[in-house]
Write a protein that binds this ligand. Sequence first.
Ligand SMILES: [Zn+2]
Length: 480
Amino acid sequence: MRIAVGGIHIECSTYNPVLNEEKDFRVLRGQALLEAPYFAFLKDYDAEFLPTIHARAIAGGPVSRATYEAFKAEFLERLKPLLPLDGLYLAMHGAMYVEGMEDAEGDWIGAARALVGEECTVSASYDLHGNVTQRIIDALDIYSTYRTAPHIDVEETMRRSVFMLVESLKTGVRPVVLWAPIPVVLPGERTSTVDEPAKSLYAMLPGIDAIDGVWDASLMVGYVWADEPRATAAAIMTGTDRAVLEREAKRLASAYWDAREDFVFGCETGSLEECVARAVASPTAPVVLAESGDNPTGGGVGDRAEVLAELIARDAAGVVFAGITDKAATETCYAAGIGAELELSVGASLDTKGSNPVKARFIVKFLHETADPTDRQAVVSIGGIDLVLSAKRRPYHNIVDFARLGLNPHGAAIIVVKSGYLSPELAPIANPNLMALSTGVVDQFVERLPRLRKQYPTYPFDKDFAFEPQVFLSARSARV
Ligand SMILES: [Zn+2]
């Protein structure tokens, strides 16, 4: 059996003004796709996998129209000579926003379906922070999404999607896909599967999978920083017994709806000023202070310097701050060299209208050796603060991200990261974890963001309304 593989994977805050261009994506093409660690698991399945293109970027702003159109054209061009295909596997995120185009995944998946034809079986894997539409469901035969946030089941999910596809082709049984949208859309930080009630809701899924006639039960949290009509949670089912799938989709949707008021942040939160004050006064260490409104992995810009300004104002000591994206300041440090003392403007370099920079004197302590200019990172110090400056938008979620810059997070009094919920490596060392509900394009106070395109009513923007789950079948399944 011949299965083509491809996709596009990005999460875009529609509030983020910084466009993603081709250079911001890691692109796997042709044979390199199959050889990449991300797709290495495919060799475990008994099928001939035919690579197309897979483009992936960290979360951010909208994808520029030209970049999207170029990727889509290349994907279709690479897909075309592979026809006829038995199957197509699409590895997606699900929260892409393209300049001037809502439901961008609907466009991508719809174009793929139009090209491969009705006979081909199409399977997709998603991030649970993706958003879904009828147009997407209509083009698919098989669907699966992550069941953990923070995401530690990425490969497991991709395997489920591929396993179901291979089984379907082997047995000749084409499954049904249906979904029940849930008019709730909450930030990932209130719906982490480490905390209740998401923990118990996601714990329902293996039990649903085990029911006869169910292949996969998916629960979507959705992506709240997309101001689009499709931004909602959803229960999505793949399987063979339509009545059972409908019943379970409704049950899951109702359980999520019933729990809507119980979704709270899994750590201590406060305003930026409150969190910095608490961190400075903390008797225990290291405090891990997450600046949530500017979290690049949630779609934030990653260039804001307000927390830095507050730390300086409070004379904070023993601080490791990783990091602020500022290409110009980073370049200046490399030009000056280690030991140089410099006047720098730090922050507000990408979203120049979104916030204000910090202008102060810093000492260059460390320069990351790299041949790739976009990978440049400098550590500068001011008072008791060691600050990482980065040429590009990037997270600091793993201990190695600090260690390679000569920084020891374990020895710090305060670690500042631009993050929402903490990564699996930082969470265990946080003593305690504070999350600053700071302003930014991924503001955790979603109710204070402009809402022009989201559906009415949607919780938590609207509170006083009733909901009865309704199930919608994919157009392909309706024809069976
Ligand atoms: Zn996600």
